[in-house]
Design a protein. Sequence first.
Length: 256
Amino acid sequence: MNAPYPDQAQLTQIFLNQLNYAVFFKDKESRFRLVNPALLRALRAGEKESVIGKTDADYFTSEHAAQALADEQEIIRTGKPQLNYEEKETYPDGTVGWSSTSKYPLRGENGDIVGTFGISLNITAQKAAEARLAKAQAELMAKERKLAVVDFADLILFHMNQMGDAAGAAIGRVSAAIQNGHFTQMRQQVEALVNRLPGDSPVMQELVSLLGETELEAEQQAKIHDELIALRQELKSIIELVELRKNMPAKGWQDE
């Protein structure tokens, strides 16, 4: 003997029971009137009978419950559905879930709106995966920036060290010249000649001019020496800053 074919109400219940999508029907006060097992799991509730007549505020914090109520009252007021939007579901224990939801106005036989109904898919795992992917991408970009700046820093350090070496060599040459007293000896010799020659000697003017030039060259050489020392100190400071930047922890690069 063949079993009787399910009637329309039974077929509807079978269909709702098998869906992975959470389905609900609510009245105009946003109280649950019909739910399927997937929604019971989302509500973390037991039997269907325990849910009927309750609202989202009985299962979620006000952050989600108030927004859900506002959305449903807007649908009842305007008669327009809200389609394919993400809902953040916040639970009293502090956990958070996410759903992709569509809600519609529920109309009675005469066409008047008597409530709402909706369907939602749990996308919590998907959102978690997206968050992990975003974090991994951010970390990768931070590492790429770090590597790029480290390479650039190495290039700067190479040239700065070369400049520092060149400045050091120049300082050595100028220091040696100053220590050897080349200009001092020349000035002493010129002064000796000036003292020996009569004041009306035809070469006196040239010797006095040469004496002035040697003194000027000595002053300029001393000034160059001091400037080279200052330049080398500046280069040293720049190298220290670049080294510090190069060795900055990865977290510092990610915050930028």
